[in-house]
Design a protein around this ligand. Structure first.
Ligand code: HEM
Length: 370
């Protein structure tokens, strides 16, 4: 039953090997008093330090006339590799808290991207986010629930998303997991420290000193039309991604980690990896070298009552040092041409600046911002 250190120069939950479960909460700040916002972030940081050690945030046994301080559902479950990662949305930097001059250029709202007309604003955006990842779903849920309880009066949950299976390996020690289309996901993800330094972490050159050592999180709830996919033939499924289903190998190669050869042609003279295959369009060679760290989860919200079909897909999460130069660049190309677009629909979008880590007891998320 592992424990991931909470205090440190960088937040955990970014390059930490992806855990099995996710609960993601987006909050709106309801108070206009910046002091109340700071107190909430300080209380959250103190609670996170305890929860990541598998401890309750306060007594569950209080005087019978008082509500228990900790809600209790994680008692006895242990830390379960829990990480809690917090971020600030672009909307936090409007006029409410005097932070307008502190918004990094990289936190400008995302532009409209191809296919974005179907986004649902009620499950998009937010002033603050909390990404709780753990091997146990109840341990992760306990975090968002207690953050909402601790912040009552100052913040309110705007939307929440559960993820039941990691759909990206983020470490070469992990076997590559599969997404709900049955394909290995995360084969060519960032795994080496040197690549993370270059593409994930904000460095000392950043325009806003408070973000140095932080990272930017983009989330996209991407609905996958499972029923249509399941009636598609195997050859076409592999053409969509440009990889083989069972082995994960590039079409025309043998092993999962073999290099993608975009010039290779079949006997018919056509490229083995389709010109609009997902991996061709997303690969660094076709995007000026750009990479992102994917840390996505599979989700299902049951059955869509409007259609009777599965409401399921990928809760895509990516970390990067500049979402405009990285995510936006990739998604612009994918949104226009990706074979996968026939089987997916982006339903929500959010962007958050995740500040550097909470260094010690008494420190709190974003202390250098205020
Ligand atoms: C690669 C699935 C959305 C970026 C892959 C792979 C699969 C996959 C199966 C190949 C294995 C791997 O290298 O990880 C999906 C599914 C999606 C989705 C099912 C939506 C439901 C996205 C989005 C982006 C993205 C929105 C970014 C905007 C990438 C990148 C790669 C990749 C950068 C690695 C390409 C390479 O370097 O070879 N994806 N993906 N994907 N995907 Fe996605």
């Amino acid at each position: 039953d592992g424990q991931v250190p909470f205090h440190g120069a960088r937040q955990a939950g970014i390059t930490t090997p992806a855990q099995q479960r996710l609960v993601f909460g987006s909050f709106d700040v309801k108070t206009t008093d910046v002091e109340k916002l700071k107190v909430t972030l300080a209380l959250w940081s103190a609670a996170a330090s305890l929860m990541t050690q598998g401890k309750p945030v306060g007594p569950t046994e209080t005087a019978p006339a008082n509500p228990p301080v900790d809600t209790g559902e994680a008692v006895g479950l242990g830390p379960q590799d829990l990480t809690i990662t917090v971020g600030f949305g672009p909307s936090l930097f409007d006029d409410r808290f005097g932070l307008a001059g502190k918004r990094p250029a990289a936190l400008a709202p995302l532009p409209a991207l191809p296919g974005d007309t179907l986004l649902d604003p009620s499950i998009s955006g937010g002033d603050l986010c909390v990404q709780a990842c753990s091997q146990d779903p109840q341990v992760a849920f306990h975090v968002v629930r207690n953050f909402a309880r601790i912040g009552r009066g100052a913040v309110a949950l705007r939307w929440m998303q559960e993820g039941f299976g990691r759909a990206s390996s983020t470490s070469s020690d992990q076997q590559t997991p599969r997404n709900l289309f049955g394909f290995k996901d995360g084969t060519n993800n960032i795994k080496a420290d040197a690549d993370a330094e270059r593409w994930v972490w904000v460095d000392d050159e950043a325009d806003q000193p408070w973000m140095r050592g932080g990272s930017y999180l983009v989330s996209r709830k991407i609905r996958m039309t499972i029923e249509t996919w399941d009636s598609d033939n195997l050859g076409d499924q592999e053409r969509v991604f440009g990889r083989m289903k069972e082995s994960g190998a590039p079409i025309g190669a043998q092993g999962e980690f073999d290099a993608l050869d975009f010039g290779a042609k079949g006997d018919d003279g056509k490229p083995l990896i389709d010109l609009n295959a997902h991996v061709r369009l997303a690969h660094p060679d076709n995007n000026g070298g750009v990479q992102i760290l994917r840390r996505s989860y599979n989700y299902t919200n049951g059955i869509d009552p409007r259609t009777g079909q599965l409401d399921a897909g990928l809760f895509f999460i990516a970390f990067q040092r500049d979402p405009h130069a990285q995510f936006v660049r990739l998604q612009t190309q994918l949104g226009h041409r990706d074979n996968l677009n026939e089987y997916i629909k982006h339903e929500s979008s959010a962007l958050f600046a995740c500040p550097p880590g909470v260094q010690k007891v008494g420190d709190y998320w974003g202390k250098a911002l205020f």
